[in-house]
Design a protein around this ligand. Structure first.
Ligand code: GRF
Length: 218
């Protein structure tokens, strides 16, 4: 793997599940969108059976918008500042996800805390990526906090979203040693590289759970 020689992923990586038809996902992102771009690439290369139906961002300056445009992915800017209340803002997103028959909502650098109502609208169908080994270093600035605290190991996690921030059942985690001879930016790059490995794997796992529950109904 690029840049990283020592790392652990748990559970072990395996082949992605096949989804026919492709798993319909929406990506919620507020920033640069490297995770979003990675998912776009895997989908276009037919390596992961997902259809990225929508990118939803709350930030009209977010780098993920450019990426959506150049990859021809439909996107929507829903800025909380344009709404009277958080409820109205979330309602707009809930409607968009529902209208588009999204099976799995993927939060990849989504910087807004979502309400219980939002989570209940898509129960067990929202996952989030976080740059720490949860339950350590929840919240913003997770990588900085691990570095400042002189943690010797850190990494990233993907989990199902529950009302408590950065909690919920873990799907997959990656860990790596922190080297204090290197800068924090190198650590950030390494964690991002690991994110690009575990997020698609988590989508495959979560998608399989969602699809098998659907089958149970018949
Ligand atoms: C990632 O590090 C993710 O863990 C955090 O926000 C970052 C998003 O990166 N929640 P990108 O926008 O996908 O490049």
């Amino acid at each position: 793997m690029k840049n990283i020689k020592e790392y652990i992923v748990s559970p072990e990586l395996k082949e992605y599940f096949k989804f026919v038809p492709k798993l319909r996902i929406a990506v919620l992102a507020s920033g640069n969108g490297s995770n979003f771009q990675n998912l776009v690439n895997l989908s276009k290369e037919d390596k992961l059976d997902i259809e990225i139906v929508k990118l939803i961002t709350n930030n009209f300056k977010a780098g993920c918008i450019e990426k959506a445009i150049s990859s021809n992915i439909s996107y929507e800017v829903i800025n909380d500042k344009d709404y009277k209340s958080r409820e109205n803002f979330e309602e707009e997103i809930i409607n968009l996800i529902t209208e588009n028959e999204i099976e799995l909502v993927v939060m990849a650098g989504w910087m807004k805390i979502v309400s219980e109502k939002f989570i209940d609208s898509f129960k067990n169908r929202i996952i989030n990526i976080h740059p720490s080994i949860l339950p350590s270093y929840k919240g913003a600035n997770a990588i900085n906090n691990a570095f400042i605290n002189k943690s010797l190991i850190t990494g990233c996690s993907v989990h199902f979203v529950v009302p408590e921030v950065d909690s919920g059942e873990l799907i997959i985690q990656a860990a790596l040693p922190v080297k204090y001879s290197e800068t924090i930016n190198i650590l950030k790059d390494k964690i991002q590289t690991l994110e690009h490995i575990i997020l698609p794997q988590a989508i495959s796992e979560a998608g399989q759970i969602i699809r098998s529950k659907l089958m149970d109904k018949y």
